[in-house]
Design a protein around this ligand. Structure first.
Ligand code: HEM
Length: 296
């Protein structure tokens, strides 16, 4: 599991599965008869040793956990975080990294979150939103994210930057997905792969169908199958009047599939020997005589 979670795609998929199930079995709501403490109550500052005393074990002072230096009372989730619970290792400490790495060993349960992927930073931010919504925030942990006065550390400032950058990457990916929606695809051991476009393929509703092309994204590894708009002005200049009515077909990052009719919304792809593209080809206009691994 830990080895698998080293793969960012597996991590993202795991968290999607986790979120689905977590939302099916939400933590019990605070009993409404329980008195609510005043919002004005001053937040507390904890040292790591203070926080350890809130690990929910017998004789402990309570059941708290921290994420990105923010401390929450998770008593109402004692079935998860209390002794014997599936996530008891999060109690009494800040194991931020493990919330996205899935590495629940002592080495993994750390608060250093350097070098994660943008999906991970968004995942961590989502966890903070989750605790803000579902649990009671009680204060800050002095250490990596907050100093002894409770003020954000330079590391905290860096983290905010990483999270903001992660959302920028997500925005760009969403824009790319809108311009080049993923193809539908299916694989059959006898006939090979079929890719095709519809007005909803890739989960992107639009008023055009498009034609399947290999889309190269320099720096992002394997090409993927994209539905490319094949009429009207290019997407980056939608109001242009003097265009060739070819949509995005002249985009330098796309390539026709060999042996596929270039003007049809569907294409049967025969397996072809792998060929690694040079960066020069990726960056410039590659022509159709190249064949590639088909992965999408
Ligand atoms: C990185 C990996 C994962 C992390 C960090 C994680 C973390 C957590 C945490 C902290 C909770 C408690 C939430 C609360 O306070 O309500 C929880 C609940 C839950 N998680 Fe995960 N999880 C992970 C992966 C998974 C996977 C792969 C599945 C399912 C296949 C899953 C299924 C569940 C379910 C069903 C619950 C809620 C109910 C219960 O435990 O009885 N989680 N998870």
């Amino acid at each position: 599991m830990v080895a698998l979670m080293a793969n960012p795609t597996v991590r993202a998929a795991t968290m999607a599965i986790h979120n689905f199930f977590r939302d099916l079995y939400p933590a019990p709501k605070q009993p409404s008869s329980q008195p609510r403490k005043s919002k004005a109550k001053k937040e507390r500052l904890f040292t790591a040793d203070d926080l350890k005393k809130y690990d929910g074990k017998e004789g402990s002072k309570g059941l708290y956990l921290a994420i990105l230096g923010r401390v929450y009372n998770v008593k109402k989730g004692k079935d998860h975080y209390g002794p014997g619970g599936g996530y008891e290792f999060f109690a009494g400490r800040d194991g931020s990294r493990a919330f996205v790495s899935g590495d629940f060993t002592e080495e993994g349960l750390i608060d250093d979150i350097r070098g994660l992927t943008s999906t991970d930073y968004i995942g961590l931010n989502d966890w903070v939103k989750f605790y803000d919504k579902d649990y009671k925030y009680v204060g800050k942990l002095i250490g990596r994210f907050y100093d002894k006065n409770g003020d954000p550390t330079p590391y905290h400032t860096e983290v905010q930057k990483w999270i903001a950058e992660a959302y920028d990457v997500q925005d760009n990916d969403n824009q790319e997905k809108k311009m080049f929606p993923p193809c539908n695809s299916e694989w059959n051991p006898d006939t090979g792969s079929r890719v095709w476009c519809t007005k909803r393929s890739g989960g992107v509703a639009r008023d055009w169908v498009g034609v399947p092309r290999k889309l190269f994204n320099p720096g992002k590894g394997q090409p993927r199958c994209a539905c490319v708009k094949d009429s009207g002005p290019p997407s980056h200049d939608p109001t242009r009047t003097n265009h060739d009515n070819r949509g995005d077909l002249d985009n330098p990052n796309i390539l026709e599939y060999t042996d596929c009719p270039p003007d049809q919304p569907e294409c049967m792809i025969k397996p072809s020997p792998s060929l690694h593209l040079t960066p020069a080809c990726l960056a410039s206009q590659c022509n159709t005589k190249y064949s590639h691994d088909q992965k999408f």
